[in-house]
Design a protein. Structure first.
Length: 351
């Protein structure tokens, strides 16, 4: 099985394709057809009308024509967060002259998408089940077990006013902004089902509790108006591949959980390894407090709470990681404990 590498580069604007030229076209290691997925952060507001995500997807998707590749763009680079892309590219196995594997294992990835969802299905158990089915299929394609998976990253749809108006059946909400959270939640719970973290009989309670009674530390979901289905990337480490890339995962218990982040970052820099990228989810705690103290992220009428959370967590992550081009995505319903968020770290062993 051929594994994958992750190559990261900065972007000057949402339509900037120069990272493809710098990392792929100019490379002697990778061909344009090596590009499996592009995962990016864009400088929009990260809310319903963030069209920077759509612009980025529009310019990058043609590079994936003829492949099964997908794009996932998360809007919102508040504070010190810097717009960038992470390219998931096929990495040939590292095999010695005698045919032996140079590395005992390696990073692997599979990408796919669900069917399109009708408006009344978004944010419901139907969406969760479709996500679970596709994640399970991708894991089977990779021949990996649940405990080998370190992240399932998904771009999922949201409701617009037009979709709600055109729906023949009632939607989970008529509030387009709230629909982003419902879609992320259903997607995350689908991932939990596929990874064996949530039993089918617990799905209803997890949906009703907004993920408090069921969450995954390996789910990373963001929603947008640029698609009607779910784009899915499964990232795992497998002995069937041989490359220097590795991943580890965990979670932040709340928005200032330095102790939760630090060991994961330390693992990425231990024994000469080079940190590659960190993927973190962030959200304002819905109980209105952080470690017993009141926060105002949920009551600011000028700025949405997820934007506050991205800025706060982004500063913490960037400071610890040592660079601001980190993937911090707002809205962590079912993706880590309430008020916290899932974390995945990718690093490269010394060659």
């Amino acid at each position: 099985m051929a594994g994958v590498a992750i190559l990261k580069d900065t972007t000057a604007h949402p339509g900037d394709l120069t990272p493809f030229d710098r990392l792929i076209k100019a490379s002697t290691e990778y061909e344009p057809s090596s590009l499996l997925a592009v995962i990016g952060k864009t400088e929009g507001n990260g809310c319903v009308n963030d069209y920077t995500r759509m612009l980025s997807a529009t310019v990058w998707d043609p590079l994936l024509v003829g492949q099964d590749g997908i794009s996932v763009f998360s809007g919102g680079t508040e504070g010190v967060l810097s717009p960038h892309v992470s390219l998931v590219v096929r990495e040939p196995d590292h095999v010695a002259a005698d045919g032996s594997k140079k590395y005992a294992e390696g990073l692997v990835a599979a990408v796919g998408h669900t069917r399109d969802f009708a408006p009344h299905e978004m944010g419901t158990a139907v969406q969760a089940h479709e996500v679970a089915k596709e994640v399970s299929r991708l894991m089977a394609d990779l021949a990996v077990a649940e405990d080998q998976v370190h992240m399932v990253l998904v771009k999922c749809p949201l409701l617009t006013t037009a979709k709600v108006a055109a729906s023949a059946e009632p939607c989970v909400t008529t509030d387009t902004y709230k629909s982003m959270g419902y879609s992320r939640l259903a997607t995350a719970l689908g991932i939990s089902l596929a990874l064996g973290e949530l039993a089918e009989e617990g799905l209803g309670a997890a949906l009703d509790s907004y993920g408090v009674q069921g969450w995954s530390s390996r789910a990373s979901c963001s929603s947008g108006a640029e698609l009607e289905n779910c784009h899915i990337v499964v990232l795992a480490v497998s002995s069937k591949a041989s490359n220097p890339y590795r991943a580890t995962h965990g979670y932040m218990a709340d928005a200032i959980d330095f102790k939760g982040l630090y060991p994961l970052v330390q693992e990425a820099s231990a024994a000469g390894a080079a940190p590659v990228q960190i993927f973190v989810k962030a959200e304002p705690s819905t109980d209105g407090v952080v470690r017993g103290m009141r926060h105002t992220m949920m009551t600011d009428s000028d700025i949405q709470g997820t934007r506050h959370a991205r800025a706060a967590v982004g500063g913490l992550v960037a400071g610890l990681w040592g660079t601001p081009d980190v993937y911090v995505s707002g809205g962590a319903e079912g993706q880590g404990p309430m008020g916290g968020g899932s974390v995945c770290v990718v690093y490269k062993l010394a060659e």
